[in-house]
Design a protein around this ligand. Structure first.
Ligand code: ROI
Length: 160
């Protein structure tokens, strides 16, 4: 059994509803249990600025699935949300990212863990710290330390 942190994000078609529904779908993952879900956060878009703010959250799942099987399951959930990706770093109905998979480092054509952008994204670091203030990356970096190079900027926790 491995603890996996999963990032959720949406900025299209009632983003809050997409994220809440996705959290419910994470509860149904096979051979897995949803342990914790962060609050929902309103965040400024990273990438092109001519798009709406995002709703972001992070979930902690304990799973028996292999990382690529978990990825398949997450992509199936994205598909059910009719994920559209019109342009690189553009708006999306639902993004589900494996941020951390236990203390594993994974370099695969389909999957990089820890998520390559984790250290640069306050909308991931904030909810991770909410769920697990003493969390560290496989290389030993404390998530707390990431705030020095990636301060929280305009991340607002909202009522679900
Ligand atoms: N920006 C924010 N704030 N939240 C996201 O989830 C998010 N996801 C993305 C891009 C387009 C890079 N920007 C984002 O994929």
């Amino acid at each position: 059994m491995v603890n996996a942190f999963i990032g959720l994000g949406s900025n299209l078609d009632n983003p809050k509803a997409h994220v809440i529904k996705a959290l419910e779908e994470l509860e149904q993952l096979p051979h897995s249990q949803l342990l914790l879900a962060s609050k929902l956060y309103l965040s400024k878009p990273v990438g092109p600025q001519d798009q709406d703010h995002f709703i972001n959250a992070v979930a902690l799942v304990i799973t028996e699935l292999e990382p690529l099987t978990l990825l398949d399951e997450l992509q199936a959930i994205e598909q059910r949300h009719q994920r559209v990706r019109e342009r690189h770093w553009g708006p999306r109905t639902l993004d589900l990212d494996i941020l951390l998979f236990g203390d594993q480092t994974i370099h695969h054509s389909r999957l990089t863990v820890p998520h390559a952008e984790l250290p640069n994204r306050d909308f991931v670091i904030g909810p991770l710290l909410e769920l697990s203030p003493n969390l560290s990356l496989p290389d030993g970096t404390q998530i707390q330390e990431l705030l020095q190079s990636c301060p929280i900027d305009g991340l607002i926790s909202i009522e679900a």
